[in-house]
Design a binder for this molecule. Sequence first.
Ligand SMILES: [Zn+2]
Length: 236
Amino acid sequence: MTKELFLEDCYLQECEAAVLEAVEDKIILDQTVLYPAGGGQEQDTGFLEQDGRTFEVYSVKREGGRIVHYVRNGADLNQGPVRVRVNWERRLGLMRHHTLLHVLGAVVYQKYGALCTGNQIYPDRARIDFNQLQDLTTEQRDDIVKEANRIIAADVPISYRTVSREEAENIPGMIKTVISLLPPSVRTVRLVAIESVDEQACGGTHVRSTGEIGGMEITDIKSKGKNNKRLEVRAV
Ligand SMILES: [Zn+2]
């Protein structure tokens, strides 16, 4: 098991680690600050440093319960100590857009009762799908943007807690599909809260407070089948 330091501190940019396995370009570490693709959030990129050499990490994936770092010339790495560094500009973009989707999900749920059914997060944009959301008028669209920007400007803190699976399932507005997808062996759930606004089960990385998002705009709204809408957004 690789210790996932990004869950404890999303702002950790570097760590010391040990190379446990190096097979071709697939590297297993004992701990990492690099987020593997998951939950709609794109993977981090970054660097490993060992004995004065720098190796590029071009992808990070969760494979068979392990975190695999894909490293250019990774076969040249020796087992033992290594320094891990995240491509911070990319990660911060991912964190801003990820947190933005939580804000937007809360606003759309409060106004229309629609829950998120999927999302995709990139460093410079994101999209979120809602079930049971009718066509929006220009006024409704503007109203969503205004409320999301109000929450962003209020600089609301983001916090985490871990609860039992049963407790998480009974929180109103909780996206239950996220919890139902967890293997039965997982008995506790990590919740991320935008204080007094929203709380969701999530294993991704987020900014410290909504003000870090800056501001938001909706760039497009697409229909994805009957009553399903895809909102494309970006932080500005
Ligand atoms: Zn999240």
